[in-house]
Write a protein that binds this ligand. Structure first.
Ligand code: GLY
Length: 565
């Protein structure tokens, strides 16, 4: 009898031990597993391969990010580069999130009216073309910071693939040729730019090999001396001399003082999805989270596709208006972030949204119009330890300012154009606006870059895209697709629509709205603006912790490559 009792007891104890072990295993599988594979999605195959090279050498996601960013600076010169900046969202496997703010800064000699003539009119092109349009670059400082603080390999090892690509060259693809065509005049306008990016000063032909020896030397100098390799010494001197010779206002002191800032990313929740995204001076996280807060009040899955589109547009209308009214560099201005991100504030905005009518933007309190470059680049990385990077980098318009500093191969940004060039002057509605984003010496210009992480107990996503002010609407649509359970290959591919408060119109890619949706939206009072061109170049990764599957996708609109290995 006693033996039977002991056996029963043993069986019971074993059973409960098994249950406990299973629960512990399930819990750890949900809360802290490591990905079975690593993944990189970037806008160029050579950049994705550069990242994997470094991962295979024992590097982590941050080392790979240095390699990918530096390679993109070489192989996708129209979108980002050492002469530009960006925002890099990092997640350490320990659970810590941080945003590296590598946004360009206005030089100390910048003035709020520097792009206006004596009558107060904007001088066309001055904030877009040439060295006066360039802010002090942040990307080189970010690469060094990331490698030294978060990476595992020496900086020189992470920069090696980019150095080789720059010195040996690579054959450009059709996308490069299309980009050159769009900025041909400005590229031809500067000898040193034309010598690098054109072929005998003419449109390059298919098969053109882009060799950038000077850029390779600058990368080598950074590899050897770190931050001071770019912000001091011969590179800094050449940058400043060259900029000043052509009418720019940089000083050696501007470069010496540039610092990357570690900022706390913005966080919010939408239908059980935890969102981590870019903080100011990018407007990306604020507009994304405010839009999603507004949308969280609807049972979206129960609505018709056209009603969903209408409500998404109405949410953007309000969030983009707040962007224009309130946002700028947090080191210079106070912003009502806790109000803008409060679900009750969103609920107040939602009350004024009708499900059957568009509200004209000029019925809302007027704010200045958003105008931004439409280019830039993005890459996403996940390593096998669970570290992640979502980085959106930019030199603003295609090929930035078009100006290469003599002897450096560094193509300078035209990010100064992201400031409100004409603040304090009444806009078309008679109101003064844009003060939050007015030019000031040493200030960072407002951005729309939206590198983002999404997380549920089962899934992790890493995503972002170029596309100027449309970046935020593209990321919003991807969050909605993620929430609906779609795969990243669809987030990056599906046709897109956009609204940004002003101009008061829904811009949309071919096929984004069916003919019947177009007529319904018009009946609701929306103005439609069909776009001839596709936009965006999303790079996304999804890790499903339950199934252990890692997927990565590169936008078919671009020439990028996603690898899972
Ligand atoms: N220049 C594009 C952005 O910062 O959003």
């Amino acid at each position: 009898m006693a033996r039977t009792c002991t056996s029963i007891l043993l069986i019971k104890v074993s059973f409960w031990c098994c249950v406990l072990l299973l629960l512990l295993w399930a819990d750890s599988a949900i809360t802290s597993p490591v990905p079975p594979k690593s993944a990189i999605a970037s806008a160029h195959p050579l950049a994705t391969q550069a990242g994997f090279k470094v991962l295979r050498q024992g590097g982590n996601a941050f080392d790979a990010a240095v390699a990918v960013a530096a390679a993109l600076a070489v192989v996708e010169p129209a979108g980002s580069g050492l002469g530009g900046g960006g925002f890099l969202l990092l997640h350490q496997a320990s659970g810590r999130d941080v945003m590296l703010d590598a946004r360009e800064k206005a030089p100390m000699a910048a003035r709020r009216d520097m792009y206006l003539d004596e009558t107060g009119k904007v001088i066309p092109g001055l904030s877009v073309d040439g060295p006066l349009a360039a802010g002090i670059p942040g990307l080189p400082a970010a690469l060094v910071h990331m490698a030294e603080k978060y990476g595992r390999l020496p900086l020189s090892q992470c920069l090696a693939p980019a150095i080789r690509l720059a010195s040996e060259g690579f054959v450009v693809g059709p996308r490069y040729l299309r980009q050159v065509k769009r900025r041909f005049d400005i590229l031809q306008g500067y000898n040193q730019t034309a010598a690098i990016f054109l072929q005998h000063r003419r449109m390059p032909r298919p098969g053109f090999r882009l060799i950038q020896k000077d850029l390779a030397r600058v990368l080598e100098t950074i590899a050897q001396y770190g931050r001071s390799g770019f912000y001091q010494g011969w590179v800094a001197k050449r940058l400043v001399d060259s900029v000043r010779q052509e009418g720019g206002i940089w000083s050696l002191e501007d470069l010496r003082r540039y610092q990357v800032i570690e900022r706390q990313p913005l966080e919010g929740d939408y239908r059980g999805i935890h969102i981590v995204s870019a903080a100011p001076p990018s407007s990306g996280g604020v507009v994304l989270l405010e839009s999603l807060n507004i949308l969280s009040g609807y049972f979206i899955h129960r609505l018709s596709p056209v009603t969903i589109k209408h409500l998404v547009v109405e949410a953007w209308r309000r969030a983009y208006r707040d962007r224009a009214l309130y946002l700028g560099d947090p080191d210079f201005i106070a912003m009502p972030l806790s109000r803008l991100l409060d679900p009750d504030y969103a609920a107040g905005l939602r009350v004024a949204i009708r499900q059957d009518r568009a509200m004209p933007s000029d019925w809302l309190n007027p704010a200045p119009e958003v105008q931004e470059g439409a280019d830039t680049t993005h890459f996403s990385i996940l390593d096998r330890e669970g570290n992640r990077v979502a980085a959106t980098l930019s030199i603003n318009y295609l090929f930035g300012s078009g100006f290469v500093a003599q002897g450096t191969g560094v193509l300078l940004n035209d990010e100064m154009d992201d400031f409100s060039i004409k603040p304090g002057v009444p806009n078309i509605y008679g109101l003064v606006g844009g003060e939050a984003n007015a030019i000031a010496p040493g200030k960072r210009m407002l951005s729309s870059m939206t590198p983002t992480f999404l997380e549920t107990p089962q899934k992790v996503a890493i995503l972002g895209t170029p596309g100027g002010s449309r970046i935020i609407s593209m990321v919003t649509l991807a969050v909605l697709d993620f929430a609906a359970g779609f795969r990243p290959s669809l987030w990056v591919k599906w046709p897109r629509y956009h609204h940004q408060y002003l101009p008061d119109e829904i811009q949309f890619e071919p096929d984004a709205l069916s003919p019947s949706e177009q007529s319904t939206l018009q009946t609701m009072g929306h103005r439609l603006h069909p776009l001839a061109r596709h936009y965006g170049n999303m790079q996304a990764i999804l890790w499903d912790k339950n199934s252990g599957q890692v997927e990565a996708a590169s936008d078919p609109r671009g020439e990028g490559m996603a690898i899972v290995e």
